[in-house]
Design a protein around this ligand. Structure first.
Ligand SMILES: [Zn+2]
Length: 348
């Protein structure tokens, strides 16, 4: 079981390890990438590779097994190889339903384990989020997990090992996957998004060791600069109490559309948090690009213990309101007006 916080590339590692086990000519502990097995792995269609993952109960599914939503899973692996769970919920259109690995799935695993591998030495099951496994499913799996048939390999990928049922937990060998170093994050940004060395250097500290965060930044890196400019404009106008400017800014923000507004408000929250830390004279703890830091040097005194909590709470509230389809112009104007009050709140 690979375990550790989400965004540490555990699924990528599990997939690479599975490919390595099947590869006909591995080199230096890496799959070759070109043999027949590796090609099948690249498409996630190797007959001896089985993915098991949590799904939602749905009347249109006759049986609650992963294989029935395999097309959605393929979309997930292609689009979000860093495996943020909330994206899987989105793809499943789970709404408020819980996701789980159900007992029918366990039946299938037990049956599949009893057959020898098709084309290779190993039959590999990659179980994503074993913490979502239902008790009945876990009970059925105990025996095969403890004593798999010859050639069967289980690889579990857990974001939260404390939630894995103790019966399963006690039967696995755990390998901890911690947050990525800055050098690893830089390398990832360069390879996945084609960042220059200089750009990767600037962005890596902002990822906080998470590939999911790196991916958000990588896909919207131009946005980061746009958001910084917008954040500065809003804060300056709020400080100068220029209500007219804030109203126009709210209209412009509303035109972003919900998802981008939500990303902007996340950006605001990050800057507010970072400015506060900066203000506490702990610049070594901040994760800012040089441009952000230049602004923070001057602006950070205005984010302080008197307003930081309300700032973050209001930013979060505005984001949730927008995500719940409230009128974005109204929400953003309200929020920007509040920044006037918060910025001018007296420190004792
Ligand atoms: Zn190979």
């Amino acid at each position: 079981m690979l375990s550790g916080p989400s965004g540490t590339g555990k699924m990528l590692l599990a997939r690479a390890f599975a490919a390595l086990l099947h590869c006909s000519s591995p080199r230096d502990g890496e799959p070759c990438g070109t043999c027949a097995s590796c090609r099948l792995h690249a498409e996630n269609s190797h007959p001896d590779l089985h993915f098991v993952y949590p799904i939602v109960k749905n009347k249109s599914l006759k049986r609650l097994v992963s294989a029935d939503v395999a097309d959605l899973w393929q979309t997930m692996l292609d689009r979000y190889p860093e495996m943020p769970e909330e994206k899987w919920l989105e793809i499943l259109e789970a709404g408020n339903s819980r996701i789980g690995i159900h007992v029918e799935e366990a039946d299938d695993i037990v049956r599949a384990d009893s057959f020898p591998p098709y084309t290779s030495q190993y039959k590999i099951f990659i179980i994503w989020l074993p913490e979502r496994m239902r008790v009945e499913a876990a009970n059925k799996l105990l025996k095969v997990i403890e004593e798999p048939s010859e050639g069967t390999v289980f690889i579990m990928v857990s974001d939260n090992e404390l939630q894995v049922l103790p019966t399963i937990f006690s039967r696995v060998r755990r390998i901890h996957a911690g947050r990525l170093s800055e050098a690893e994050t830089r390398d990832y940004l360069r390879r996945r998004f084609g960042f220059s060395d200089e750009k990767a250097m600037r962005y890596a500290p902002l990822c906080e060791g998470s590939l999911i965060r790196a991916c958000e930044l990588g896909s919207h890196s131009d946005e980061n600069e746009e958001f910084l400019a917008f954040y500065q404009e809003v804060m300056r106008a709020a400080y100068a109490k220029k209500v007219g400017v804030l109203r126009k800014a709210a209209d412009r923000a509303a035109a972003f559309g919900r998802e981008k507004i939500s990303r902007f408000l996340n950006y605001m929250a990050r800057m507010i948090r970072e400015n506060f830390i900066y203000n506490m004279r702990m610049p070594q703890l901040t994760a800012l690009t040089p441009e952000e830091e230049a602004f923070s040097t001057r602006f950070s005194p205005f984010v302080n213990h008197a307003n930081v909590e309300d700032f973050l709470a209001e930013t979060d509230r505005a984001r949730r309101d927008v995500e719940r389809n409230a009128n974005a112009k109204v929400v953003m104007f309200d929020y920007f007006l509040l920044t006037i009050i918060l910025l001018h709140r007296k420190t004792k």
